[in-house]
Design a protein around this ligand. Structure first.
Ligand code: SF4
Length: 220
């Protein structure tokens, strides 16, 4: 088994939920089993992405989902140009952590990041998610003037309605930055977990909160 030395935001979030989840996601993806509800949520991702992009029609989508090197290069090229730009799914890397942002703005006055979630209010896991993104983006050389979470009703269906006018914006730059020292520790501990055997962790509350874990069938 080759030890992984690169993390993604998803893997770090998995680590925060359960060390065993991180290990399984890295080495035993074949054991993933999504419930029908989670599967439906995953398949709605495409229309969700389209609804987000419709909010900023001049924005540019960075594709290359399976080619991070290409996505990183494309992001860097577009941000290196003088003109302001809106990017969807741009890629950034810092200290071995790779992230893709929902919406990223290069404006005359600086850079800003928006993450969009179907939720009534910002929750602690959303702030961790934003903080990891902001830490990577700033570490990669793009100082942020704003880190915002945009929330919409949890029962919103992108297939049925546009997102415009349905978002509440929450500025969370201070909360995100307050987590930066923790993130360095998370990265080092997560890499430590990946360098060892599968952690021996019993199922419990962490299997469904804050996210439904796709290894519940395996863990029992
Ligand atoms: S099912 Fe529970 S114990 Fe097993 S990996 Fe997921 S969160 Fe951890």
């Amino acid at each position: 088994m080759q030890t992984l030395r690169t993390l993604t935001k998803t893997k770090l979030i998995g680590y925060l939920q359960c060390h065993k989840r991180l290990w399984l996601e890295a080495y035993r993806k074949d054991l993933i089993h999504w419930s029908p509800e989670s599967q439906a949520l995953l398949s709605s991702g495409r229309s969700w992405g389209e609804a987000v992009r419709a909010l900023y029609p001049s924005g540019i989508l960075i594709g290359d989902v399976f080619n991070p090197a290409k996505a990183l290069a494309e992001t860097q090229d577009l941000l290196g140009e003088k003109a302001p730009v809106v990017l969807f799914e741009p890629a950034f890397r810092h200290s071995g952590v790779l992230i893709r942002a929902d919406v990223f703005f290069k404006e005359a006055s600086g850079f800003r990041l928006i993450e969009i979630k179907a939720a009534r209010h910002p929750r602690p896991e959303h702030i961790q998610d934003l903080a990891i993104q902001a830490w990577v983006i700033e570490g990669g050389g793009y100082p942020l003037k704003s880190v915002a979470l945009a929330t919409t009703a949890p029962d919103f269906h992108a297939d049925d309605a546009p997102l415009e006018g349905r978002l509440s914006f929450h500025e969370l730059i201070d909360e995100a930055k307050a987590l930066y020292p923790d993130i360095e520790r998370w990265v080092s501990q997560a890499l430590d977990v990946l360098g060892k055997d599968m952690p021996d962790i019993e199922p419990g509350e962490q299997c469904v909160r804050p996210y439904a874990c796709p290894f519940r069938e395996f863990c029992g």
